[in-house]
Design a protein around this ligand. Structure first.
Ligand code: MG
Ligand code: ZN
Length: 223
């Protein structure tokens, strides 16, 4: 019985995700679901992205956290539309689902923007199982988390289009095996795009910004 209930819940989630996707496509918005464990640097990446791209591209953010508006407060300073979703008020606190994103969209759709970030709840497990209706899934892994995460949490890597390996400025201080990490990721997803990034030093930011620009262009052209 429980298996059936879960399947129905995921089906309901998928149909809302399709509706989110339709709304975003209709408005030609490029949307990115950012997933990672807590503390990987998602919000810092978004801050740097807004600094670099915010003058030329209109950006909005749906911010997911169990509690607090700390991350949303950091982003609202840039004068962009930001909506905070506290998942505990929806009764399932460890991930965003399509319904929460739909509610978030309702509250910012009056604004005009071309790029939407959905910053998921920090968690490498269940965010991977819930489609949100975004154009792309991005997984962020910071080098301080160790290179053993992909084989331990394969689904989030399998379901992502791009891996951002963040905090590369810390590599000199760590025994982090980059080759081993990339190999294990490609064993899960052969064609995974991988960028090395340091939101702090700025390494790799250009590549990330170019990737976003390409997506924005594609969304604008309706592809
Ligand atoms: Mg955050
Ligand atoms: Zn969850």
């Amino acid at each position: 019985m429980e298996v059936k209930i879960l399947q129905n819940a995921l089906k309901a989630n998928d149909s809302i995700a399709i509706e989110n996707e339709r709304k975003l496509k209709e408005r030609k918005i490029f949307s990115v679901n950012m997933m990672s464990s807590p503390g990987s640097g998602k919000t810092t990446i978004l801050e740097e992205t807004i600094r670099k791209l915010g003058d030329t591209v209109k950006i909005a953010v749906i911010e997911g956290d169990v509690k607090t508006t700390m991350d949303a407060d950091r982003l609202v300073k840039f004068g962009i539309p930001v909506v905070q979703i506290n998942t505990e008020t929806f009764g399932s606190s460890c991930h965003l689902d399509a319904n929460m994103v739909s509610k978030g969209l309702d509250s910012i759709m009056e604004e005009k923007f071309d790029l939407l970030f959905v910053e998921n709840v920090g968690n490498l497990v269940c965010p991977a199982g819930y489609k949100l209706g975004t154009c792309r899934n991005v997984v962020v892994l910071s080098v301080t988390e160790g290179e053993d995460k992909p084989p331990k949490y394969p689904l989030i890597f399998r379901n992502s289009d791009l891996l951002l390996i963040n905090k590369t400025d810390l590599l000199p201080y760590l025994d982090f095996d980059m080759k081993k990490l990339e190999k294990s990721v490609r064993e899960i997803k052969v064609d995974m795009e991988i960028f090395h990034l340091s939101a702090k030093s700025g390494e790799g930011l250009e590549q990330w910004i170019d990737w976003l620009k390409k997506g924005i262009k594609e969304a604008r052209n309706g592809s």
